[in-house]
Design a protein around this ligand. Structure first.
Ligand code: ZN
Length: 483
């Protein structure tokens, strides 16, 4: 795929002189996207549109076909699955229903790390493997393989379909604020125009209070129709804009959020500041599951054409009643190099009540709850979701720029704040009291003033740095986790 080849060259591309880049990129952009992005992209995109409004039974039949194909392929070509299925006394021919499928063992992140080489298919030549690593988290990154030239084209087709619900088409003017290193930070330029996608790419690493006016001015001059970015980056931008209404900000057609949980207070702020439709989505680098909002509802619609979603409760059984919380477990459909079968994502969701008025019969989750590491652990072993704690929505945080929870041992938590010039000594006590009130008595809260809060290698701001490895029995699923 042409786009992939160019992306591979992206680093050298960004080193070309600007006039050359604009010329080459502008010319390239005139080729229609469906040709530029190749056959896999075209076919995937066409299939998503064709199957978009299928009935539920029709989706199930199609998904079952993909599951059978994936399991058979895994059993025949992937040593790891051959061994695991064998040890469980299972053969692909025994699987005749979705119930049977649940007899297959789960795949954990620890398994992937431990058995990586054994997990790649012997049926796909090595030169077609695309080595990938999971993005920045507090945990060790995980390596895995995808199919070169195919997995990413398919991914792009899904993303374009998802944003397409909100009017996006490839080539429309967009600003993207993510962790990509672009621009000349030493000269105060933290962005770079990327003419192939017609995107102003901005580096989230330098998004500090003193640099924000320059970022906003660059966005204003570029006049995008769409804004794309990490929730935490857009949040900093939105807070600044709310306080500087005079700065003037372009009217957006849509705001697209990725990679992080979107908390209710953040959504409310984005609505106020940007006054445009918002689409947040759930996805991950493993590309096993993808869920996104539609214009009718802020709930996550999981693409049945992308992977098979199971929501597994604390008892190890699938959630059936709306409102139940479970772990997202996924089976990939489009990775013949390294199929993920019943993969535990360590992310948690709330089962949706019914299908949506948009007419898509996609499985729906009402919310994605905190990731496993986004909990505070109390002395008695209670888990408090960051969703409930908030991190920056108390009124007393007006005088701070950024915050972060930091925890190393149960029952003790440090709340780090980056002060603004208006910050005074009494703020410290008010914040301490407010946080303490929310955690309850079995957590000792200390507030610490810091100069800055380091970002993850991929440029995200983390709400909590959780150093405690949560044992399995402490995993959320019960009432107390979101008390
Ligand atoms: Zn919908």
């Amino acid at each position: 795929m042409l786009d992939d080849v160019l992306r591979g060259l992206a680093d050298s591309y960004f080193r070309l002189p600007e006039w050359l880049r604009r010329g080459a990129g502008g010319f390239y952009r005139r080729i229609p996207p469906r040709w530029r992005m190749g056959r896999t992209y075209r076919e995937t995109f066409a299939f998503i549109r064709e199957s978009e409004f299928w009935s539920l039974p029709r989706h199930r039949v199609w998904q079952w076909g993909k599951i059978e194909e994936t399991v058979r392929l895994a059993y025949e070509h992937v040593p790891y699955y051959h061994r695991r299925f064998g040890a469980a006394g299972l053969h692909p021919a025994d699987l005749r229903s979705f119930d049977d499928f649940q007899r297959l063992p789960f795949l954990t992140k620890a398994d992937v790390k431990e058995y990586l080489e054994e997990m790649a298919s012997r049926g796909v030549p090595r030169w077609k493997w695309l080595a990938t690593t999971t993005g920045g988290s507090t945990r060790t990154p995980m390596r895995f393989y995808q199919l070169k030239g195919v997995t990413r084209s398919k991914e792009r087709a899904f993303v374009h379909d998802m944003w397409g619900r909100f009017g996006y088409r490839p080539g429309r003017r967009a600003v993207q604020i993510k962790g990509r290193h672009v621009g000349r930070p030493d000269r105060g330029r933290f962005w770079e125009y990327e003419p192939i996608q017609n995107v102003l790419e901005m580096d989230s690493h330098y998004l500090t209070e003193s640099n924000l006016p320059a970022y906003v001015e660059a966005i204003r001059r570029f006049a995008p129709e769409f804004l794309i970015g990490y929730v935490s980056s857009i949040y900093l931008l939105a807070r600044w804009l709310e306080e500087h209404k005079e700065a003037g900000f372009p009217r957006l057609v849509g705001l697209f959020l990725a990679s992080e949980n979107l908390y209710p207070w953040q959504r409310a702020l984005f609505r106020r500041v940007f006054q445009c439709p918002i689409c947040s989505h759930y996805g991950h680098s493993e590309m096993v599951l993808l869920g996104a909002e539609c214009p009718f509802s802020p709930r996550y619609h999981f693409y049945p054409q992308y992977g098979y979603l199971e929501l597994i409760g604390a008892d190890g059984k699938p959630c059936t009643r709306p409102g139940e919380v479970g772990e997202l477990v996924g089976t990939s459909f489009d990775n013949p190099v390294m199929p993920f079968i019943r993969y535990r994502t360590e992310d948690y969701g709330v089962l949706g009540s019914s299908f949506c008025e948009c007419g898509r019969n996609y499985p729906v989750l009402d919310r994605i709850e905190g990731r496993l590491q986004e909990f505070i652990v109390t002395r008695s072993g209670r888990l408090i979701s960051i969703c409930v704690m908030g991190a920056a929505h108390f009124d007393m945080l007006d005088n701070v720029y950024q915050t972060q929870y930091y925890q190393e041992e149960p029952g003790k938590v440090e709340f780090r704040v980056v002060p603004r010039r208006s910050f005074a000594a009494e703020d410290l006590h008010r914040i301490q009291a407010a946080v303490q009130e929310r955690t309850g008595a079995d957590v000792e809260v200390t507030v610490r003033v810091v100069k800055e809060i380091p970002r993850t290698p991929s440029g995200k701001h983390r709400m909590i740095v959780q150093k405690i490895e949560l044992p399995a029995f402490l995993r959320p699923g019960g009432e107390e986790t979101h008390a």
